[in-house]
Design a protein around this ligand. Structure first.
Ligand code: BG6
Ligand code: MG
Length: 213
């Protein structure tokens, strides 16, 4: 392992919950019931792709203009949540893991589909841990496409097979595998069974575990 690439939402901080709450609010307005089970499909994918899944669940169709305004409304609610967020919401052990990896010569990167990733990093004051940051404004295709992870690896001058991805989304695990990288899933084995290892929280990981994958 020469590089470790972390997803943000649901891996480093519980912003996955805020995405879910904001989408659920929008879905309710549209008359669509969005369950936690449905939400697994929304994790890791871009804003418009998520909206399309919700519309599909409800059997609804909207024009491009209407979709833009629906996505903007959801984002406004999400931004309200992250503005109120505190540094204490960073998952236990996350920053210690970044430091431990660096101390062992491993490069650390962030790869998030979110266009709000930089805002979240600033709010939590953790941007300086990452040698490379790829966010939703820098990619053409969202996870499960491997573009985001390949871009991060290129920025770190690391070859994909030397990279380990840490992800909470099924789409993210898929993207890591497509990129030719190893992957640790954060969450439930049923959803993330394609990952090389699945743990409940980032705090359970350390350099040795990752390096032995
Ligand atoms: C991902 C989240 O990190 O970013 C998704 O897992 C979210 O739930 C996606 O939809 C896009 O986020 P944003 O902030 O650009 O709407
Ligand atoms: Mg995530």
């Amino acid at each position: 392992m020469t590089a470790c690439i972390f997803d943000l939402d649901g891996v480093i901080v519980d912003t996955a919950r805020y995405h879910f709450l904001a989408w659920q609010k929008l879905a309710k307005e549209l008359g669509v019931e969005l369950t936690r089970h449905h939400n697994e499909r929304l994790k890791g994918v871009g804003r418009m792709e998520s909206l399309n899944i919700i519309l599909e669940l409800g059997g609804l169709q909207r024009s491009d203009g209407e979709k833009e305004s629906l996505a903007t409304r959801k984002n406004a609610w999400f931004v309200e949540f992250i503005e109120a967020m505190k540094k204490e919401e960073i998952f236990g052990g996350a920053t210690a893991l970044f430091s431990e990896l660096k101390a062992n010569g491993v490069k650390v990167a962030l790869a998030s589909s979110s266009k709000n990733a930089q805002t979240v990093l600033k709010k939590l004051e953790i941007g300086s841990y990452f040698e490379a940051i790829v966010d939703g404004t820098m990619i053409e295709r969202s996870k499960p496409d491997p573009e985001i992870f390949l871009k991060a690896a290129t920025m770190l001058h690391a070859s994909p097979k030397e990279c380990i991805v840490v992800e909470d989304a099924e789409a993210g695990v898929e993207a890591a595998i497509c990129a030719g990288m190893k992957c640790v899933g954060i969450g439930k084995k049923e959803q993330l069974n394609k990952a090389n290892l699945v743990v409940d929280q980032i705090g359970q990981l350390n350099y040795q575990i990752l390096n032995n994958l």
